[in-house]
Write a protein that binds this ligand. Structure first.
Ligand code: ZN
Ligand code: ZN
Length: 688
């Protein structure tokens, strides 16, 4: 909320509405002085500053009001130097002319010149003082403002409100309240400022007390309360207020929608969004953001195309969120179109949008495009660097990630805690154990960053993959934070790779307590048992899952061909080109066996005959997607496959064989990272 100290500058908005025939307006100059003065003010307000000047020049006589109107007109239209020129030529000036010039400087952010002019003023009134006060506040110089405020010979409600609003918004809520209590008369802006201040600072009870006492309320006061309750997690109270409002504006609807989204009530938000009388970019972006951060990311893309049809112009926040949805969905084609759109809007080199593009390309498997985007952003911040480091990490390019970290520091950007998630992940995926240990150590000692549970999880993963299970276990027990599911999960994953049943059981038991509804734990532990032929124990896990009403998340893989996503499940025969897919797989299988491939049936969970196990293996969703890719993706293009779960050991071996036999480059993004297959090798070096 803003208190209205300045008249608004309307030059842009009215420039379009300008009538063509100038003479009709300038024809009659014989009218009296005061009517001409009024016309100058009026033209300036509408942004027709040249017309104002023409009239000014044609006037046979001018008084101080004429001159002041023209100075003020230039000021309002951002032409401060023209204003000053005219101001210097004025035959006589009064306090209003001085204040008009002062206001020109302040409104255009030229605070030092404002200061000088203010000190030169022969006389000042309450408006001059308040204008200077607003200048300091606008520049964030609250101390100077307060000092000036104390020296004011006379204060009006606008000056008091300016101070209260400034303190309330900058976190000085106690000072704001003190001023509020001291002020001699209050208007609706004073009340609303203090109520909004309490609400924004998480003091919803104090806000409510004052809100209930308010002598009058406007829509801004109501909106502040709605946003405050929503931020405080009391979204139902917010809704009660929303329903009570006699008159709502767009901000009321947006506040309520944002409130539902913040409190994970996406469907309530959607309901309001669907019935709201009008929407702006904030409403669209709120919905897109909500979906992009949920499981229903596809819905974010739908809303975005609806937004485009509606003619609303997306903001950088819209782009960042829609790109994040594309990244999670691996919707590369849509992501590319968004890049084009962002470029059209001149946003590609924007640091926020640019970093989101880096992430999108990296997560869609195009690490080279990600780097291109990164290089194009001129003013990179820590978020851009983190996006690129995380990208290299997910792709298993550990050394590139570490080089990036070094370059980042050389560029004078300090790493933050997210940077180290990327760095430690990079070490983990590339098997750089000693480096990882060193970086972890340096976090606190060199960079003063206290490791969080996620950093510990990275370390457990790093040591666990490398087979250093005891040390990994040490990280769980000796971490300074309460061991969380991702830490135990990393340990369980390592036990699965290295076949440590006892430790695996221990980690799984903790996970059963912490997140009993996660079916992944049961599956992993039963896989560990199955790999050692302990079928009874494996079966027990499956029974336990059934009793708890849990279902294994089905593995699925998808591939985008000409903007259309094709999804495959285990043994899927629903695809129209199913026959071709299976015959391609069959012929590849024969060639692979000639080349020395032996199916690794220990990875099949089911307690069945060897031959059947082989068949089940052969129908894993990623194999079906790869076969489809071989049929439909042109030879010169890499085949990009995405899988929701971790790729299995047998599929990994098979994909290496296929990359050689079929001479294809295959990129697989599984639940945890990327694998680039080429010439019979994988970029992970079989370390995953
Ligand atoms: Zn597989
Ligand atoms: Zn690999």
């Amino acid at each position: 909320m803003k208190s209205c100290i300045f008249p608004t500058i309307n030059s842009q908005r009215y420039a379009q509405n300008k009538p063509r025939n100038n003479n009709s307006r300038l024809g009659m100059i014989n009218v009296n002085l005061s009517s001409c003065n009024a016309r100058i003010t009026n033209y300036a307000k509408k942004g027709w500053i040249e017309d104002a000047r023409k009239l000014f020049d044609q006037m046979p006589e001018r008084d101080v009001i004429t001159w002041t109107a023209m100075v003020s007109g230039y000021s309002q239209n951002g032409r401060v130097d023209d204003a000053r020129n005219l101001f210097d030529k004025m035959p006589q000036r009064n306090v209003i002319s001085w204040t008009a010039m002062l206001s020109g400087y302040v409104q255009n952010g030229r605070i030092e010149e404002a200061c000088i002019l203010f000190s030169q003023m022969p006389e000042k009134n309450v408006v001059s003082w308040t204008t200077m006060l607003a200048g300091y506040i606008q520049e964030g110089k609250l101390e100077l403002a307060h000092d000036l405020f104390d020296r004011m010979p006379e204060k009006n409600v606008v000056s008091w409100n300016a101070m209260i609003t400034a303190y309330a918004q900058k976190g000085g809520i106690e000072t704001a309240r003190k001023l509020f209590d001291e002020m001699p008369e209050r208007d609706i802006i004073s009340w609303t400022s203090i109520v909004a201040g309490y609400a924004q600072n998480g003091r919803i009870c104090d806000a409510r007390k004052l809100f209930d006492r308010m002598p009058m309320r406007n829509v801004v006061s109501w909106n502040a309360m709605i946003a405050g309750y929503a931020q405080n997690g009391e979204v139902d109270v917010a809704r009660q207020l929303f329903d009570k409002m006699s008159e709502r504006n767009l901000e009321s609807w947006n506040a309520m929608i944002a409130g539902y989204i913040e409190n994970d009530k996406l469907h309530d938000a959607r309901h309001l969004f669907d019935i709201m009388p009008a929407r702006n970019v904030v409403s669209w972006t709120a919905m897109i953001t909500g979906y992009a951060q949920s499981e229903e990311r596809g819905e974010a893309l739908k809303i975005f195309s609806e937004m485009q049809r509606s003619g609303a112009i997306p903001s950088r926040v819209t782009f960042v969120n829609i790109l994040s949805a594309c990244a999670s969905l691996a919707a590369l084609e849509q992501g590319k179109q968004l890049q084009g759109y962002a470029t059209q809007m001149g946003l590609q080199r924007d640091v926020f949008v640019g970093s989101a593009l880096v992430s999108m390309y990296a997560k869609c498997g195009c690490i080279d495009n990600a780097r291109e985007m990164f290089d194009e952003v001129p003013a990179r911040d820590v978020v851009s660097w983190n996006a690129m480091i995380a990208g290299y990490a997910q792709h298993g390019y550990g050394i590139d990630a570490l080089n990036m970290l070094e370059e980042m520091q050389k560029a004078g950007i300090k790493p933050n805690d997210a940077t180290f998630i990327g760095v430690l992940t990079a070490c983990s995926h590339a098997g750089l154990v000693d480096e990882g240990l060193r970086f972890f150590e340096s976090m606190e000692k060199v960079h003063c960053i206290i490791p969080r549970a996620d950093h510990y999880a990275c370390m457990i993963d790093l040591l666990g993959r490398a087979g250093r299970l005891e040390e990994a276990k040490g990280f769980v027990y000796n971490s300074r934070c309460e061991p969380n599911p991702s830490m135990w999960g990393a340990l369980l994953g390592a036990c699965r790779i290295h076949g440590n049943i006892e430790l695996g059981k221990l980690a799984a038991e903790r996970l059963f307590e912490l997140e009993p509804e996660n079916s992944g734990t049961y599956v992993l532990l039963s896989n560990i048992y199955a790999a050692y032929d302990r079928w009874e124990d494996a079966k027990k896990m499956r029974t336990m899952m059934k009793h708890r009403g849990l279902k294994k998340q089905p593995g699925c893989s998808w591939i985008e061909v000409k903007s259309k996503v094709h999804t495959f499940f285990l043994g899927d025969r629903s695809h129209p080109e199913s026959e071709q897919i299976y015959s391609t797989l069959y012929s590849l299988d024969r060639q692979m066996k000639l080349a020395g491939y032996v199916p690794n049936t220990s990875l099949v969970l089911h307690d069945v005959e060897e031959e059947l196990k082989e068949q089940i293996l052969n129908q894993h969703s990623e194999k079906l997607a790869i076969a489809f890719g071989i049929i439909r993706i042109p030879r010169h293009m890499p085949i990009r496959i995405f899988k929701n779960l971790r790729v299995c050991g047998d599929c990994h071996i098979v994909t290496k064989f296929i990359s050689k036999i079929a001479e294809r480059e295959i990129v697989v993004r599984d639940g945890s990272r990327f694998h680039h297959f080429k010439d019979g090798f994988c970029s992970c070096g079989d370390y995953w």
